[in-house]
Design a protein around this ligand. Structure first.
Ligand code: CP
Length: 317
């Protein structure tokens, strides 16, 4: 594996899951693999889990780690070519990326959708510039359209808890006061499809995701109906994808908040969320604190997904 940005990069999912299980059981077995290798983590956006779990994964592999928050201490970066740089951005990303590449062996990048241009977001303009100009393998730590380290951790978690071979997994939109990207739901759908699970998406009208991700997936606009018989409920907010409302909040209807009554419609289903989560908007206190909530094991598995991915890249260097 050279870069890790989509489910395709991981190769055969069964094999990847086997490797992840090995990493989870033997976290320090490859502590010499990363000796004298450096992982550089670049954050254009805030993070708790990705920041810590990816560092922990690299440390388990014996790597050195450098973390840079672009908006705190680095020069502000211009990202467009052809701009007369007479404003507040003293450095261009096209110099900054190869410089960053020269200081490391692998780069992780977090760069969310900016909602300025759907075309720029959905062409993964920032992430692809890192792939093109850094000269180093690139790991997406959540880009504009996907969050593959999260989805891999979600898949690992579902495999650990699934009560049947092919579980029913429901991705449920839930309300949030601010515009959030579609990266987590897009990616989740992509990975669940690849795993061959029964996947249903439920959301209010207007929140349809990019059809390139949802092709062949059942959309159920009645949330109660979608929850019936589900083994896993994956709660998440996202903003509108379709024009002319791209990136906009169309509803904050708390009738969509995931509560105990709705969870009772499932087949003793588990609740999942990538975190951070706004309690009593997305999910009630009762549900997230219940024994059927997997949010903590899911977050813990972020180390496993990151370590499995970094290990594969190191093996290919
Ligand atoms: N789930 C996730 O990516 O969390 P952070 O934004 O805190 O990294």
């Amino acid at each position: 594996m050279r870069n890790f940005t989509t489910v395709q990069d991981i190769g055969n999912l069964e094999t990847a899951l086997e490797k992840a299980r090995y990493v989870k059981q033997n976290p320090y077995a490859d502590s010499a693999l990363g000796k004298n290798k450096t992982l550089l983590l670049i954050f254009f956006n805030s993070s708790l889990r990705t920041r810590l779990s990816t560092q922990k994964a690299a440390l388990n592999l014996g790597m050195n780690v450098i973390v840079l928050d672009i908006n705190q201490g680095a020069w502000k970066l211009e990202t467009e070519r052809g701009v007369v740089m007479d404003g507040d951005k003293p450095e261009h990303i096209l110099e900054a990326i190869p410089v960053m590449g020269s200081y490391c062996d692998i780069i992780g990048v977090r760069s969310f959708a900016r909602f300025i241009s759907k075309e720029d977001d959905y062409s993964e303009k920032i992430l692809n510039q890192f792939i093109r100009y850094s000269g180093k393998p690139v790991i997406s730590m959540e880009a504009a359209t996907r969050h593959p380290l999260q989805s891999f951790a979600d898949l690992i978690t579902i495999e650990e808890y699934k009560p049947v071979a092919r579980p029913k997994v429901v991705l449920s939109w839930a309300p949030h006061p601010k515009s959030l990207p579609q990266a987590v739901p897009n990616s989740f759908v992509e990975w669940m499809k690849a795993a061959g699970y029964e996947i249903v998406i439920t959301h209010p009208h207007g929140y349809e995701l990019d059809p390139r991700f949802t092709e062949g997936v059942k959309i159920e606009y009645d949330q109660d109906k979608a929850f019936e018989g589900a083994h896993f409920i994956y709660g998440k907010n996202w903003s509108a994808f379709a024009d002319p409302h791209y990136g906009k909040v169309l509803s904050t209807d708390r009738n969509w908040t995931i509560d105990s009554r709705k969870m009772d419609l499932t087949d003793n289903g588990y609740f999942m969320h990538c975190l951070p989560v706004r309690r009593n908007m997305i999910v009630t206190d009762q549900v997230i604190e219940s024994p059927r909530s997997l949010v903590l094991p899911e977050a813990a598995n972020r180390v496993v997904s990151a370590q499995t991915v970094i290990k594969e890249i190191l093996l290919g260097l």
